[in-house]
Design a binder for this molecule. Structure first.
Ligand SMILES: Cc1ncc(COP(=O)(O)O)c(C=O)c1O
Length: 407
């Protein structure tokens, strides 16, 4: 009998994204005529900025669609540099490489700093796909839990230092954080820099949600608080997906003052040839002057956050931690089995032919025991829809608790 070829350990270990895993159940619910409110995915419903729409319209007739350069199109790199200038970060164009979203930037960053089995320190809960990215490059995530009682801010320095081993290569920080919405302040960034300097580590700073901060909280890019002695440790991961509401354009960037890092990333970039030509062209001019647009959507997100939290607090008679930025909350459930509950919402539950899709919490952790009584909610719908979705979710939580748990 012929032997079957085996796929790699890496292939076997690749996790499903908790954000997308239940999508087939959502599709089935929709085919039954149920409206599904998507609170599972960070894909906002805002209109694409007008400048980008105009750029898209310009691309009516295309005779020739060449590869872009591997570093990215010059116009987009210039725009990114100008964007950084506007947020008081001085970077040169040769310190920027355009990537397929922050996702590819993270894979490149991890592949650049880690050999197989080397370690990355990540604060949990964290953006779920870090688990998959680390697996893809055979790196290991060493997680440090953040405490909701401290607003998910960083623990004391010695707790971070305790996790460092001779295999640790980098500390990762997502700022503002997905899924907690925490905005790490200047002192926290400085303490990460100090630790990285002392223990000779890189810092991978994911600033995908830069500037989406509420209640007057001002944030700083890690590149603003670093000095010449530590700049070379920093690798910033960035994206226009959320800030410009163009998730589908798949445009991001990796920014580092470290020439060796940039050289390695450039070689990875050459191997995958280039990022899509037209998508780079259509976002370039908006990105250049994008701070007012981000300010506008941030004001909307703050309203959405308040509607979601107020409704859930009223309906469930609980208190919810108010995030300082991004557009997510982690909601604690009064029972374990968040994934089963999320599936039940799509398969079995409906109120007036409506239900809600949520992301089960455990995928946002590396520690297996954590997150089973949490769900992540993205407040990416209009306030009226969000309120309705929150009411439906709260009813479902109560019904599930009574029918499944108390039996
Ligand atoms: C923290 C964080 N990093 C990276 C990404 C990936 O973003 P992109 O669409 O730019 O690949 C996301 C997407 O949700 C995210 O939340």
């Amino acid at each position: 009998m012929k032997k079957k070829p085996k796929i790699s350990i890496r292939g076997n270990l690749a996790p499903y994204s908790p954000i997308r895993k239940l999508s087939p159940y959502a599709e089935e619910a929709k085919s039954r005529g149920t409206t599904v409110f998507h609170l599972n995915i960070g894909q906002p419903d805002f209109k694409v900025p007008e400048t980008i729409q105009e750029e898209i319209r310009k691309h009516g007739d295309i005779d020739f669609l060449p590869y872009a350069g591997s570093q990215g199109s010059k116009e987009l790199i210039d725009s990114w540099q100008k964007y950084y200038k506007d947020i008081n970060v001085e970077v040169s164009c040769d310190e920027i490489i355009i990537t397929y979203g922050a996702s590819e930037a993270l894979i490149f960053a991890m592949a650049t700093v880690c050999d197989p089995q080397e370690e990355l320190i990540v604060f949990e809960p964290f953006y779920a796909n870090y688990n998959g990215f680390a697996n893809l490059v055979s790196a290991k995530i060493k997680s440090i839990p953040l405490d909701i009682a401290h607003g998910y801010h960083l623990p004391p320095k010695d707790e971070i230092i305790k996790k460092i081993t001779n295999k640790t290569k980098a500390i990762c920080i997502i700022n503002p954080n997905n899924p907690t919405g925490t905005v790490f302040n200047e002192n926290e960034l400085l303490s990460i820099i100090e630790i990285a300097h002392k223990y000779n580590l890189f810092i991978i700073a994911d600033e995908t949600y830069y500037g989406i901060c509420f209640d007057g909280v001002k944030m700083k890019s890690i590149l603003q608080v670093t000095d010449n002695s530590t700049r070379e440790r920093i690798i910033v991961v960035d994206s226009v997906s959320k800030r410009l509401n163009v998730c589908g354009a798949r445009v991001g960037a990796i920014v580092s003052p470290n020439k060796e890092v940039i050289s390695a990333v450039m070689r990875f970039a050459q191997e995958r040839l280039a990022v899509a030509t037209i998508e780079q062209e259509i976002v370039a001019s908006e990105l250049k002057d994008s701070l007012p647009y981000v300010k506008n959507i941030t004001a909307d997100y703050q309203k959405r956050r308040d509607v979601l939290i107020k409704t859930l607090e009223q309906e469930l008679d609980i208190l919810i931690h108010k995030p300082e930025g991004a557009f997510y909350i982690m909601l604690k459930l009064p029972f374990l089995g968040a994934e089963k509950f999320a599936k039940w919402l799509l398969e079995k539950y409906s109120f007036n032919k409506q239900t809600v899709m949520v992301a089960p919490g455990s995928g946002f952790y590396n520690t297996p025991s954590l997150g089973d009584d949490e769900i992540r909610l993205a407040y990416v719908l209009k306030p009226k829809e969000l309120k309705n979705a929150a009411i439906i979710l709260a009813r479902a939580i109560k019904e599930y608790q009574e029918s499944v748990i108390d039996k």
